[in-house]
Design a protein around this ligand. Structure first.
Ligand code: GLN
Length: 477
C-alpha cells in the first residue's frame, strides 16, 4: 500500500481492501525505518488511535483514514513542535494549525512531523538543529529545503503526501530535488494560523505529493478564508482534481533570464524537452523576459530577514520553549537567543535588524519594497502575453551534503528561480520533468493569482505525457 498514491489509497479504503488501521500501520513501519532522516518524530500512538476511530465511524469524510506527514513548522496540539530549532525544544502547542485541522476534519491521519531548516531558513535542511535529511535519490546529497523532510518522506514512500511551507521556494525546490510534485498556492490561499512565522508577507503552506492529482486533492481541502488569519482569502472556485490531457491554446512563456549560464546544462536540457512536450500537446512556447527578477534574490534577502527579525523577537526564552536561568537580562538573552538559535537564524536576525534600523530603513527595506513592486509588474506584463510562465525550479540538481554549508550566498542561489514568484505572491508548482546525471530535474510553472486550476490542469497533462517515474533507485515501491 505504501507505493500507492493517496488517491489510490482512498480507493482501496473505500473498496474495503484495507482498513485505515492497517494502512497507517504500514506507513508508520516505513516511516520508522528512516535512513533518510525525514522525520523528527512520529506520533504512532495518536495515529493508530485516530485510524481505529475512523474505521469504527459510520461516516466517511473524503480523506478518511489516509496518512499524512506534516512539516515541523506547523503547530500540532500536544505534539512537540520545534521548527527545527533548539529554542523550541519541548514546545507543545495548545492548538493545531488551521491547515492541519482542516485536513484532520476531512479524515486525514497525521503520522509525524518532518525535519526542516531551522525556522524554515535554508535550501538544504542542513540548518536543522537536530539531524540531517538525505535525498532518497542519492543519500550523499541534500533533499533541498527548507521542507526537506516533507519532500524526502514522500519520495521515499514513508507517506503518500505531506505539508510544507514555502517562503521563497521551500516547497518547490525540495520537490524538484526529490523528484516529486510540490505546490505553493497564491498568497492568502491557505490560512497561516498556527504556521510558525518566518516572513509573513511571503509564507504559504502547500502540498507535496507524487502526482499532480494528489497535490490538487490535498490543496482542495486547504484553501479558503479563516477568521483566524486576516490575510487568508475567500476562495473563488473549488480546486478541481485535474483530468486535462491536452494543452490546446495554452501559451507558455519560458523565462529567458533563468535559462542562462547559472543553470546547469542538464537542467536546461530537461526543461527544454518539457517545452517540446508542451508543443506536442497543442500549446505554444514563447520566450519571455522578467527583467526585474534578476534583483529578486537581493530583494528577498532584505525583506525576508527584515520580517524574520520582527517575527523571531518573540522567542525570548520567557514566553516560549527553552529557558536558561541567568542573573541579568543580557545573560538571559545570551543564554537563550545567543546559544539556542543557530548561525543562519542569527545571521538573518542581524541582517533584518540592520535593514530596518532608522536611518537605513528607506535605503534598504523601502527600496526592496519598491523593487518588489517592479517584480509584480514584470509578471503582470508577462501574463498579458502568456497564460503561464515556465522555468527550471532549481538551477541545479540536488547538491552534495556539506557542499554549500560554508557559503551562504551559494545556498541562497538555490532559490533564484522560485523567489520572484514568491515576491509577487503568485501560485506556482514544480513537477519532475526528467533526470540529469541520474538526479531529478524540476519544472516550475507559475500563473496569475487564483490560477491554481489552470496550473494544475497544465501540470497534469504534462506529467502524463512526460511519464516520469518518481521511485528513486533502491527505494522499495
Ligand atoms: N531558501 C530560502 C531561504 O532560506 C527560502 C526558504 C523558504 O521558502 N522557507 O529563505
Amino acid at each position: 500500500m505504501v507505493g500507492l498514491s493517496a488517491e489510490a489509497q482512498i480507493a482501496a479504503l473505500r473498496a474495503g481492501e484495507v482498513s485505515s488501521a492497517d494502512l497507517v500501520e504500514e506507513q508508520l513501519a516505513r516511516a520508522a525505518d528512516d535512513p533518510w532522516g525525514s522525520f523528527l518524530r512520529l506520533d504512532a500512538d495518536g495515529a493508530r488511535a485516530r485510524a481505529r476511530a475512523i474505521d469504527a465511524a459510520p461516516e466517511r469524510p473524503p480523506l478518511a483514514g489516509i496518512p499524512i506527514a506534516v512539516k515541523d513548522v506547523l503547530s500540532t496540539r500536544d505534539i512537540e513542535t520545534t521548527c527545527g530549532s533548539r529554542i523550541l525544544e519541548g514546545f507543545r502547542p495548545v492548538y493545531t494549525a488551521t491547515s492541519v485541522a482542516r485536513l484532520e476534519a476531512a479524515g486525514a491521519v497525521v503520522i509525524g512531523k518532518t525535519n526542516m531548516d531551522e525556522f524554515a531558513m535554508g535550501s538544504s535542511t542542513e540548518n536543522s538543529a537536530y539531524q540531517l535529511t538525505r535525498n532518497p535519490w542519492d543519500a550523499d546529497r541534500v533533499p533541498g529545503g527548507s521542507s526537506g523532510g516533507s519532500a524526502a518522506c514522500v519520495a521515499a514512500r514513508q507517506a503518500p503526501w505531506s505539508l510544507g511551507s514555502d517562503t521563497g521556494g521551500s516547497i518547490r525546490q525540495p520537490a524538484a530535488l526529490c523528484g516529486i510534485v510540490g505546490m505553493k498556492p497564491t498568497y492568502g490561499a491557505v490560512s497561516r494560523y498556527g504556521l510558525i512565522a518566518f516572513a509573513s508577507s511571503l509564507d504559504q503552506i502547500g502540498p507535496f505529493a507524487r502526482t499532480v492529482r494528489d497535490a490538487a486533492l490535498l490543496l482542495s481541502h486547504l484553501v479558503g478564508r479563516d477568521p483566524l488569519d486576516s490575510t487568508s482569502l475567500e476562495w473563488p472556485e473549488p480546486v478541481r482534481v485535474p483530468t486535462a490531457e491536452r494543452l490546446d491554446g495554452l501559451r507558455v512563456g519560458l523565462v529567458q533570464e533563468l535559462m542562462g549560464e547559472g543553470t546547469e546544462p542538464g537542467v536546461r536540457e530537461a526543461v527544454e524537452r518539457a517545452m517540446g512536450v508542451v508543443e506536442d500537446l497543442g500549446g505554444t512556447v514563447v520566450p519571455i523576459s522578467l527583467p526585474s527578477s534578476e534583483q529578486g534574490l537581493a530583494t528577498y534577502y532584505v525583506i525576508a530577514p527584515a520580517e524574520c527579525s520582527a517575527n523571531l523577537a518573540r522567542f525570548d526564552g520567557i514566553r516560549y520553549g527553552a529557558r536558561v536561568a541567568a542573573e541579568t537580562l543580557l545573560e538571559h538573552y545570551e543564554g537563550t537567543r545567543g546559544a539556542l538559535f543557530g548561525p543562519e537564524v542569527k545571521r538573518r536576525i542581524m541582517l533584518g535588524t540592520f535593514a530596518l534600523a532608522s536611518g537605513y530603513y528607506d535605503q534598504y527595506y523601502g527600496r526592496a519594497q519598491r523593487v518588489r513592486t517592479l517584480i509584480v509588474r514584470d509578471f503582470r506584463e508577462a501574463f498579458a502575453q502568456v497564460d503561464l510562465v515556465a522555468s527550471p525550479t532549481s538551477p541545479t540538481v540536488a547538491f552534495r551534503l556539506g557542499e554549500r554549508t560554508d557559503d551562504p550566498y551559494q545556498m541562497y542561489l538555490a532559490d533564484i528561480c522560485t523567489i520572484p514568484v514568491s515576491l509577487a505572491g503568485l501560485p506556482a508548482l514544480s513537477i519532475p520533468c526528467g533526470l540529469a546525471d541520474g538526479l531529478p530535474v524540476g519544472l516550475q510553472l507559475a500563473g496569475p493569482a487564483f490560477s491554481e486550476n489552470r496550473l494544475l490542469d497544465a501540470a497534469h497533462a504534462l506529467e502524463q505525457a512526460i511519464g516520469f517515474d518518481t521511485l528513486p533507485p533502491g527505494v522499495e515501491g
